[in-house]
Every structure is written in structure tokens, then in C-alpha cells.
Ligand binder design. Sequence first.
Ligand code: NAD
Length: 279
Amino acid sequence: MTATLLDGKALAARVRAQARETLAELGVRAGLAVVLVGDDPASRVYVRNKVRACEETGICSELHAFPADAGENEVLERVLALNRDARIHGILVQLPLPAGIDSERVLAAVSPHKDVDGFHVENLGALVAGRAKFVPCTPAGVLRLLQHGNVRIAGRHAVVIGRSTIVGKPAALLLLQRDATVTICHSKTPDLAAHARQADILVAAVGRAKLVTADMVKPGACVIDVGMNRLPDGSLAGDVDFASVKEVAGWITPVPGGVGPMTVAMLMENTVAAARESG
Ligand code: NAD
């Protein structure tokens, strides 16, 4: 059996095109500010992709780059200034921030109305209550991929591996809202494989290359790979052993070209929604 590929690259292009159309219909200008501190190479790549997607979508982007030794107050002041700036509808603080900066403090400073990443506790709380204004982009992209692929969620057993605030937990909440029965596994879960094998929908968001192997997947299950791991040879690998799992699964996302481009596309959608709200 060979799984159906859930093509995030193609779907992301459609989402961006739709966001561009919505902007044109609204006749508004949308602005996204990206705050980058330090010189983490992966962060630089992510930021470049986001800025490029803004150009394609017709969103005006601004990069606010700080050196790695920037002070927390300096970054906080910039975020507060961006909150007041009427040209800016979305503010994104690229994580991780350098060790000397309290990420929670910086994220809490972003206005919840401009929090297009959905990381502010007010938006995360609203997500728990089922009425989020901005849903974190990666889990939102996971849900969009499932919906677009006509993968049934209601009544199915979803197993999410990983419990981070930005991926695992919100992904589990979104699946629960759509009536899945949800199990969350993490680093302290004994016998991960036994849980994974129960999944109709398996979401891997761990950060360990090829952690999910074919023997951990129920035949016909939908496997969503959020992981992005840089291998010693420089290539990118997901958390799922794609070559073997695709022979067992019913649906699968590739890495690259799966969840990654969807994350950026959902950021565009959130930014357009923020611009619409303000206008
Ligand atoms: P994180 O480090 O914050 O969380 C990892 C989670 O995995 C933790 O909850 C931990 O308990 C769990 N875990 C660790 N080892 C485990 C094990 N052996 N078995 C079961 N669970 C284990 O990471 P994150 O920010 O949630 O990101 C996870 C992965 O997703 C990373 O590879 C990251 O690069 C990737 N990511 C991709 C996108 C995208 O757009 N595709 C966006 C965000 C993160």
C-alpha cells in the first residue's frame, strides 16, 4: 500500500492566493512586522520564507532585526511601539529568543489583536474555550491539510506526539474541537509505539528525525509530520521515517513540502484577518 500524499506546498499556494484575493477585495493594506533577535541560522531561513510569502501575498512586511546581545527592554520597547503603529496589523516574534531574553515576557507584550502567531496567553486561552481569534499557524496548517485531504476527524482517535505550547497542545485542542478522541504523548510517555499504533490520525511534533517508524503506524492511518530536523549532511528530515511509513499509512505529509509551507500560509491568512478586523 502507498499512502496518499498530503501536498502542503500546493495547498499553501492556494491559501496564499486566497489571502491575496481577500486583501484585494477588502482594498486594505496589510502590514506584518517580524522581530528577529540573534543570528540563529534556522530562524533566518524561516524569517526569509515568511518575508517572501508576504511579498507573494501582497502583505507589506518589515523586519526588525536585533543582535544576539540585544537587551530584553530594547526588544520589549520595539514590540510596544509596533503595537501602537497603525500600519502594522500583525507582529511575529521569531522563536527561539536568545537565552538572556524572557520569551514569555516578550510574547505577552504583543497586543492580542496583532498576535498573528497566536502565542499570546489570551489567544491560547481563547483556543481552549473554542473561540480563538488567532490559532497558532502550525497546528492551524495541520488541520487545514486534514480538511483539504478529506480525512475524517470526528469520532476518530488522534494521537499527538509532543506537547509544546506552539504545536502539540494546540494541535490536540483543535482535533478535540472537531470531535476526535485525543491522546497526547510526550517525552515521559512509556511505550510510545503502543499509543501511536492506536491512532487513526498520528501527528508527530517532536524534533527527533525518523522517530516514527512503520511498525508504529496502524495500516491506513493518516500521518502528519511536523518535525523539521537538520541532518549532519545538511538535509532536512521529519519526525517520520517517510520511506517505510508511506507503505503502511493511508495519508502522509512529506518533509519538506508538508506542514512547513502550510505554517507560513496560515500566517498570511491570520495577517489578512488582522488587517480586516482593524479596517
Ligand atoms: P519542543 O521541543 O518544544 O517540543 C517537543 C515535544 O516532544 C515535547 O513536548 C517533548 O515532551 C516531546 N518529546 C521529546 N522526545 C520525545 C520522545 N522520545 N517521545 C515522545 N515525545 C517526545 O518542539 P516544538 O517546538 O513543538 O517542535 C517540534 C518539531 O516540530 C521540531 O522538529 C520543530 O522544528 C518542528 N516545527 C515545525 C514547524 C513547521 O512549520 N513545520 C513549526 C514548529 C515546529
